[in-house]
Ligand binder design. Structure first.
Ligand code: NAD
Length: 732
């Protein structure tokens, strides 16, 4: 198998073409790197070759590094995994540096061969780091292409020289959105920012023209020239000093110090800026190794890259069901959720019939899409034509007959079993016998709602999160009788609308809400105990939760919390454990403090609805105790409230695959992403330590922290979740 092919054309230009067999997108492997190295050696040694173009035979250039390769480098090095990684990374640096120096005399900087990169489309990760080592980068005029270094998003940073080269090219400030935020841009913007050099209709032809005319001086990178100064100033330059000081503060502010990759990246940049280029590469490799050895990075890569992608590609899809792509979806209820579901469906090219009880309500639902599209147009992210096309797909109506021909229904009417049963029956009277019926309920058991259906095997839960257009996760819920075709339909639909699915079994609050409610409750409970609200909120954020529990309940609204509490209590009777929570919530409700929507809740808000700090009046009702708990204790309470529920969901068979438990937690409610998810976090601290903490929490705070049997057993056997429940490896 060859990933790169080599050919020299009639004008003496060697074309190295990247085309990984059997993949739609090129990814870099160790073997690939070695092949590339051999071709570069051949080109540099051949007097007939005037220069080199590195390009791709696919529509894109490359999607990055095969992250499994990095894991393999580690594994292959036996008891010296860090050495294995470092050596592997330095080998890559060696190849890239060879490209950059291209055979030139190191003293005179003359005699090198020009090497250009020609990118037909997307070039990310190592797919940009390789071009950055070339002498000139040409990208196709392809607005769909994305260019950048997204590594930080999965908990690592660009370790193939991208960090060192980009900072030296753009300066620390200029490079920061690309390195620290993983920003991806289209070619025209990449050129404007200085990431690439040229945008051309035919990048290979343009590159060839450049290669044949390049002079010695065109091949020397600024950092290899005498007297090179970093744009914006190195750390001890007054301007550079300001940049680094600011960047440090910004990174810590944004990440609360819990993302090791962001810190390591900054260290690599800072330390690298103080030394010559080749030493900087070595520093980058050391920090990269450090990050790859960090359990947080490994867990983030596993959940946010490998497993997220596996779920999106259908890892849990019933295998024998043929393609179930949706052509026409009927959405019942054009309220907040229905309107959002209509938008994402129409954006995916699906015909939408949007039903509400009154025509103006249905029209308002469609107008929501119009609003989003107008906003996108004002930000130059969409066009009038696209808007007309998308809106043209949405038919707002009160007429159920319009549902004829729909192959999927998503019901999002009021959260009332009677109303839901009525619309189910009305719909089934009109649609074909093959149509799958999905409900977006957040609290009602699917198996109960399915009783209103004549075809319970075609009845399923598709649970969206709000706001639908922004949230990445969709929870698919199987009722007792739900069949494989319904699951496949839901999964194919979620793939069409480009979200990440998890599939769970039916149980109270399914998976995400089951875990998030105890988190909110634990925070509210602490208010009742007299824990300083700022301590609760900050402890949560310092452990990587995007929102503290009090802010979260303000966002989701206190009346919703009251409604859920009442319904849960009614269902559980005497076993209901949350009276202490309800006391606070119900009191807030009685005060009319309903959260952000009423501009008053646990936080105070200005007239525009902007949060201006925690509400000081809370202390009059719930005085702050003199003795405050340690921040770690608060964090353990908040984390265990969630992770124990995830473990119980696994024990109960609600979760069927641990990957879904972790990916769903991060995408669904923002569970501390640095941890890789609740089950990854337990693996990180170890089951024995988890049991010890749980036992202590149970003694101090009560039975809700009781150690699940499964966890205790795992501690006794020394198991981890990812060994005991290793997902079967399926070719996705
Ligand atoms: P909503 O009140 O904003 O919208 C419900 C819509 O259904 C209203 O426009 C109403 O006129 C319409 N409707 C009611 N009866 C109808 C009928 N017989 N025929 C046609 N239309 C009818 O509510 P929402 O927040 O959009 O929630 C809808 C569903 O989604 C609920 O089941 C809710 O539990 C669930 N859900 C809500 C959220 C959330 O954050 N709001 C999240 C996930 C799921």
């Amino acid at each position: 198998m060859t990933d790169f092919t080599y050919a020299v054309d009639a004008d003496g230009v060697a074309i190295i073409t990247w085309d990984v067999p059997g993949k739609s997108m090129n990814v870099m492997s160790l073997e690939g790197f070695r092949e590339l190295d051999t071709h570069i050696d051949t080109a540099l040694a051949d007097d007939a070759v005037k220069g080199v173009i590195i390009t791709s035979a696919k529509k894109d250039f490359a999607g990055g590094m095969d992250l499994n390769v990095l894991a393999k480098m580690k594994a292959d090095a036996g008891d010296e995994p860090a050495r294995g990684l470092f050596d592997g990374v330095m080998m890559m640096h060696g190849v890239l540096r060879k490209i950059e120096r291209a055979g030139m005399d190191p003293k005179t900087l003359k005699g090198g061969k020009p090497i250009a990169a020609a990118l037909p489309g997307t070039a990310v990760g190592i797919g940009l780091e390789l071009p950055l080592a070339c002498h000139r980068i040409f990208a196709a005029n392809n607005p769909k292409a994305r260019i950048g270094l997204p590594e930080i998003k999965v908990g690592i940073f660009p370790g193939g020289g991208g960090t060192t080269r980009l900072v030296r090219k753009l300066g620390a400030m200029g490079a920061s959105p690309y390195l620290l935020e993983g920003k991806l841009v289209e070619p025209a913007k990449a050129k404007a920012a200085g990431l690439i050099d040229e945008v051309a209709d035919d990048p290979v032809a343009a590159a060839k023209d450049w290669v044949l005319n390049a002079k010695d001086a065109d091949l020397v990178k600024p950092w290899d020239q005498k007297g090179y100064k970093m744009p914006g100033g190195a750390p001890y330059h007054p301007a550079g000093f300001m940049t680094f000081l600011g960047a440090n503060a910004m990174v810590n502010g944004k990440t609360q110090g819990v993302y090791p990759a962001a810190k390591a990246l900054l260290s690599a940049v800072y330390e690298g800026a103080l030394v010559p280029f080749d030493t900087a590469l070595k520093i980058e490799a050391r920090w990269f190794t450090n990050i790859m050895m960090n359990p947080s990075s490994a867990a983030m890569i596993r959940s946010l890259f490998l497993n997220k992608e596996a779920l999106e590609k259908g890892a849990v899809r019933p295998r024998d069901v043929p393609d179930q792509s949706v052509k026409k979806v009927g959405i019942l209820g054009a309220g907040m959720m229905g309107a959002g579901i209509a938008y994402v469906s129409a954006m995916a090219g699906i015909e939408v019939v949007l039903i509400d009880a009154a025509q103006d309500a249905a029209e308002r639902g469609k107008a929501y899409s119009e609003g989003l599209l107008d906003k996108a147009i004002s930000r130059k992210k969409s066009t009038e034509e696209k808007k007309a096309e998308v809106l043209g797909r949405i038919t707002p109506t009160t007429d159920y007959a319009a549902l004829e021909g729909c192959d999927l229904i998503v019901e999002a009417v009021f959260e009332d079993p009677k109303v839901k049963a009525e619309v189910t029956a009305r719909t089934e009277a009109v649609v074909g016998a093959d149509c799958i019926f999905a409900t977006n309920t957040s609290t009602l058991p699917i198996s109960e709602l399915a009783k209103a259906s004549k075809r319970p095997e075609q009845f399923i839960g598709i649970h969206f999160f709000s706001p639908v257009d922004k949230m990445l996760l969709v929870e698919i819920i199987k009722g007792k009788e739900t069949g494989d075709r319904a699951v496949a339909k839901a999964l194919d639909y979620v793939r069409q609308i480009r979200k990440t699915p998890i599939v769970v079994n039916d149980a109270r609050f399914f998976y995400a809400n089951r875990c998030i409610i105890p988190y909110i409750n634990e925070g509210v409970r602490m208010v009742a105990e007299g824990v300083e609200p700022a301590l609760i909120e900050n402890a949560a954020k310092l452990v990587g939760m995007p929102l503290g529990p009090l802010q979260l309940v303000d966002e989701t609204s206190i009346d919703l919390g009251v409604k859920i509490a009442k319904a849960t209590k009614a269902a559980m009777g005497d076993a209901y454990p949350d009276d202490a929570v309800d006391e606070v919530l119900f009191w807030m409700y009685d005060q009319g403090r309903l959260g952000r929507k009423s501009k008053s809740g646990f936080y105070a808000y200005d007239e525009k609805g902007k949060r201006i700090g925690l509400w000081e009046g809370l202390a009059a009702q719930y005085p702050v105790a003199e003795d405050q708990p340690d921040v770690t204790e608060v964090q353990h309470r908040l984390l265990f409230a969630q992770v124990l529920e995830a473990v119980r969901a696994l024990e109960d068979g609600v979760l069927m695959d641990i990957r879904e438990g972790d990916v769903g937690a991060i995408l669904g409610w923002g569970f501390a992403p640095w941890s890789g998810g609740p089950l990854s976090w337990l693996d990180m601290i170890g089951a024995a330590k988890a049991v010890e903490l749980c036992d202590a929490l149970t003694e101090a705070y009560g039975a809700r922290f009781t150690t699940p049997k499964l966890l205790r057993e795992m501690a006794e056997k020394g198991e981890t979740f990812y060994t005991r429940f290793a997902p079967e490896r399926k070719a996705a």
